[in-house]
Design a protein around this ligand. Structure first.
Ligand code: PLP
Length: 434
């Protein structure tokens, strides 16, 4: 603040501003990011999310960086559902849910989600970050142990940190990404630890968001059963993408609870589907394939959801998902279930994109997911490539530290059912020019 400036209200400004420790530290971090070419620029979108988007300063660009996997973010029915909700219910209840903050659309959405995921019940949050925070801090107790994949999403990592602070005596350990041997070792250690007297939990992303790889859920289920552990899966990038009807990574592996459509009656025992068994607790987002607005979910047994409602701090102390978003998400799931051809088109597009990128000499992991990372190692390089792509009319984001480990920077290409083959050809042509 200039020394001559005097605020119109409040005490007079100091004649000199020595700056705080924080100011100096923040300036230094930001300067380092700028000089190292690692400063992120938030791109402004001037229209709806679709196969193309209008990016401020760059015009209409092919969009390959959104999680709009099924192209539902701007679907007319999804938009109309939100508009109608605003008219019918206003902006919100101005309350947390257990006081007077639950609208009928929240309950409808939660039934829809339970049916879609094949679980007894579900509960929604303003984000999956919130849902993950609720899961461990609410369900775990001292003496329990949480075992987590090293590449799990930041929200899971922070949720575990939070839970171990809230519940002193709650243990945690980490295994190498997707390593079943590593997980077995951690499970053995947990069972050998005299201080682990309670429940053991294993948590994984269904689809790893930076790798585009998938968790081996059948092998994990078998290990969990062997060691008496419960399996938690965050399938934020699996919803709408994985499995024949887009239910998620559990459907890909043939692990959907029965009945797949239709929530079982209250009080029925936990569902156990087929020889591969089932996932115990799901978390996920409504902010990607399932409407793309925002929102998180937990889908699980009735008793799990009851405990979340009774004891979850994000449940008890934070407002509900906005009702407009609840109605849009509900419509998005309805459209997804009604039009499985969207999932099939996404699958075709993913296969085509992998094939074309491979043919152009890019090393892309073999996987059925819609996330195709191209590893370039250096963060500044990834950011510069992303900027050049925008100049070429293609929107792809470069990811570096701290989103991925140092030296593992990448361009992350994300394919949508909204894309046509010509769009994918356009992407590959632009990448070849870099
Ligand atoms: N979990 C995973 C695996 C994610 O990829 C993300 C989003 O990037 C989240 C959780 C957070 O989702 P939300 O945006 O709903 O908080």
């Amino acid at each position: 603040m200039p020394a001559t400036h005097t605020p119109s209200v409040g005490p007079a400004a100091p004649t000199s501003n020595p700056g705080s420790i924080f100011d100096a530290r923040a300036d230094q971090i930001l300067a380092t990011l700028r000089s190292g070419g690692q400063f992120k620029h938030l791109r402004t979108i001037e229209g709806p999310m679709d196969r193309t988007v209008r990016v401020s300063g760059y015009g209409e660009c092919l969009c390959f960086c959104s999680n709009n996997y099924l192209g539902l973010a701007n679907h007319p029915e999804v938009v109309e559902a939100g508009v109608k909700a605003l008219r019918d219910y206003g902006a919100g209840t101005a309350s947390v849910r257990f006081i007077c903050g639950t609208f009928a659309p929240h309950e409808t959405l939660e039934q829809t989600i339970a049916s879609y995921m094949g679980t007894q019940a579900s509960y929604t949050f303003v984000s999956c970050w919130n849902a993950n925070e609720a899961v461990f801090a609410t369900l775990c107790e001292p003496g329990d142990c949480i075992i987590s994949d090293e590449l799990n999403h930041a929200s899971i990592i922070d949720a575990i940190r939070l839970a171990t602070v809230i519940k002193k005596g709650l243990h945690k350990s980490v295994y190498k990404n997707n390593s079943i041997d590593g997980l077995r070792d951690r499970l053995r250690e947990a069972r050998a630890n005299k201080e682990v007297t309670g429940q053991v939990w294993v948590v994984t992303d269904g689809v790893f968001s930076m790798e585009g790889s998938i968790a081996d859920l059948p092998a994990m289920r078998a290990l969990c059963d062997e060691f008496g552990a419960l399996l938690v899966v965050d399938d934020s990038h699996g919803h709408g993408v994985m499995g024949k009807t887009g239910r998620g990574t559990h459907e890909h592996w043939g692990m959907v609870g029965t009945p797949a459509l239709g929530t079982p009656a209250l009080g029925t025992p936990a569902l156990r589907a087929g020889p591969l068994g089932q996932v115990d607790v799901f978390t996920g987002t409504l902010g990607k394939a399932l409407g793309g607005g925002a929102g998180g979910l937990i889908a699980a047994s009735r008793r799990t959801i009851d405990l979340i409602i009774q004891r979850g701090r994000p449940t008890l102390f934070s407002n509900a998902l906005p009702v407009t978003v609840a109605c849009s998400a509900n419509k998005a799931i309805e459209v997804l279930v009604r039009e499985p051809q969207r999932v099939a088109k996404l699958r075709d597009n993913v296969a085509y994109a992998r094939e074309q990128l491979g043919a152009a000499g890019f090393d892309v992991l073999k996987s059925p997911t819609a996330i195709l990372p191209i590893i370039v190692h250096d963060t500044a390089k990834a950011i510069a490539m992303s900027k050049r792509l925008l100049e070429l009319g293609v929107f792809v984001i470069g990811f570096g530290f701290p989103v991925v480990a140092e030296g593992h920077a990448r361009l992350r290409v994300q394919v949508s059912a909204a894309h046509e083959r010509g769009d994918i050809d356009g992407l590959v042509a632009a990448l070849k020019k870099l």
